[in-house]
Design a protein around this ligand. Sequence first.
Ligand SMILES: [Mg+2]
Length: 358
Amino acid sequence: MKIVGIDLKPLEVSLEKPFKTALREVTNLKTYIVELYTDDGSVGYGEAASTPVITGDLEGNIKDAILNYIFPAIKGMEIEEIENIMNKINKCIIKNTSAKAAVDMAVYDLFAKMCNKPLYVLLGGAREEIETDITVSVKDPYDMARDAKEYVDRGFNTLKIKVGIDSELDIKRVKTIRDAIPKEVKIRLDANQGWNAKEAVRTIKRMEDMGLDIELIEQPVPYYDIEGLKYVTDNTYIPIMADESLFSIQDAVKLLSIRACDIINIKLMKCGGLYNAQKIISIAEAFGVECMIGSMMESGVGISFAASLACGRLGIKKFDLDAALLLKENKVDGGIIYEKNKIKISKDIGVGIKGIRY
Ligand SMILES: [Mg+2]
């Protein structure tokens, strides 16, 4: 199976309700789908989501990186030499992790098709379904509590609460939500870099004292403030997770060797795809640290690959893969299936995607 061609198609879908964090507000998904072709007529799918405030990957850069750097570097290579392909993808251009992730996904899809196996089996085959959390966008406390209740009524038992805009109000947000939902529902917070280190410690300590029962807190401080992240981790009890501070395998080694965080969030758009994500999981396992898998605003294509990795590897203990569930319409045929808070993996060969309704 020789790589012979590529297509890059934009996909746009509206969200059910606006997605709002300390960094951005999004009302529709705008993403690129990669279709990678081999000489036997097979196609592998992949996805690149442009997320300027997190990865810096703009739509134009994604297109340019894929069509003018990544694809030319792997054109004509055989899918069975996947290690060499991955080496080319990662070496032909620095950064551009979303573009790399899209092509990496398509290559893994084709590799699994060549092996005639579902992708999650080749990635480890640990389980066939996972449970995802669902995100509560940052708003007024009472509006957030109403959204939280709605999600609990729909069957979700873990909520990811977006905070990081005004720490005083953030405490009120979490308290109002905690009071509105059953005790057994887990709450995880994501500050999306919205606090500084001392403000984070003060805020988190107050939340601890109030007994708000928070499972973990994601990225309390700016991505570049590694000392600040470690300060927060050292001075609080609630587990602290690195998200925007951790893109690469080198970031993982750096952060974990100084214990700057208690847990890490892996996203394919940050690390450049499944190849690097698997290495990050192994590094975390070596440090005895758990991983969560998350995503950017992505369609069922990107989420199907993230879920394949999550179903493959036991090192991933927490799942934040609600993005495709927040869309008004599913334009992806095949791949994962959402059932309430469960994500069921496709048993079809490859990642299981049959087509996209662009
Ligand atoms: Mg996050």
